[in-house]
Design a protein around this ligand. Structure first.
Ligand code: SF4
Ligand code: SF4
Ligand code: FES
Length: 287
């Protein structure tokens, strides 16, 4: 059999069914076909056995981020996880993301992420940026290369789901999460951006909570090196100002003269971010 084919046959799925009040893993036996991914299997169950099964998806091409869930305990995209990658001698468990409030079955409310996103000022051009005679901005190719990795983010929020600060410690009111550290690092590295968001990243964003476990990097379907290329450089850039006692003593580590410091207009607290979960949802611990 070709390596790209899954074996036909019956597989057992255990799919989370329920809402915030109550729920359980429900068994479904499914006749599989070659090439199936987990999303195919879940949609087949929905079509043939459980028409009321709630599942969110859109592109089936690993590009919209909608089908993020936990398969065999690991945060992943259902449309990007082949059945033949999963142990054949075990049932396949499919559960909703653990770090966000459950709506129903496999669908969670991820709106907290969009509220956090609003707290980060967008790209703001520096004043008096030199341009070419034709009015074009010039950016070094190395800067473009460095930032383009971050632009691949599809906002699946799998990194937010796996991060223990949000998942286990439920510190949604103190830590923005890896996806938004990526966004702030991307803006901080942009040579034409005129704002300095390092105070925001440390004070409101909770950058110091990250202990570089790299779990977020491991689950990113776009292969973004979240810790090595975004969080660690952001920590290094912020370290002089916030954590170096000698620099503090001599009053250094101030924002560069061509960057204006920003702080959030609305410091987050448990009640200021709608949808911030206050208690664990469902599913096993994944890291
Ligand atoms: S490295 Fe670990 S603690 Fe830091 S954001 Fe990623 S998952 Fe969270
Ligand atoms: S950084 Fe990766 S895991 Fe996190 S939201 Fe973006 S694509 Fe998803
Ligand atoms: S359906 Fe779009 S990422 Fe899976």
């Amino acid at each position: 059999m070709s390596e790209t084919m899954t074996a036909s046959g019956t597989r057992k799925l255990k799919i989370w069914r329920g809402d915030l009040a109550t729920g359980e893993l429900v068994d479904y036996d499914l006749e599989t076909e070659p090439g199936m991914v987990v999303l195919d299997a879940v949609l087949a169950v929905q079509r043939e056995q459980a028409q009321d099964l709630a599942v969110r998806w859109n592109c089936k091409a690993a590009k919209c981020g909608s089908c993020a869930a936990e398969v065999n305990g690991k945060p992943t995209l259902m449309c990007h996880t082949r059945l033949d990658e999963l142990p054949e001698d075990q049932p396949i468990t499919v559960e909703p993301m653990h770090s966000f409030p459950l709506i129903r079955d496999l669908v969670t409310d991820v709106s907290w992420n969009y509220e956090v996103n609003k707290l980060i000022p967008p790209f703001t051009p520096k004043e008096d940026i030199p341009t070419t005679e034709r009015g074009e901005y010039l950016i070094d190719q190395r800067d473009t290369d460095r930032m383009s990795e971050f632009r691949k983010c599809i906002e699946c929020f799998l990194c937010q789901d796996v991060c223990h600060i949000l998942r286990d410690h439920r510190l949604h009111n103190r830590y923005y999460g890896p996806r938004f550290m990526v966004r702030m690092a991307s803006l901080d590295m942009h040579p034409l951006d005129g704002l300095d968001r390092k105070d925001l990243a440390v004070k409101d964003g909770g950058l110091g909570y990250c202990n570089i476990t790299k779990c977020c990097t491991e689950v990113c379907p776009e292969g973004i090196h979240i810790t090595d290329n975004a969080i660690i450089p952001l920590k290094e850039r912020a370290a002089d100002r916030h954590w170096d006692p000698i620099m503090k003593l001599f009053g250094q580590g101030k924002p560069p003269a061509d960057r204006k410091p920003v702080r959030s207009q609305q410091p987050p607290d448990p009640n200021s971010i709608p949808g911030a979960p206050s208690s664990p949802g469902v599913g096993p611990d994944a890291g």
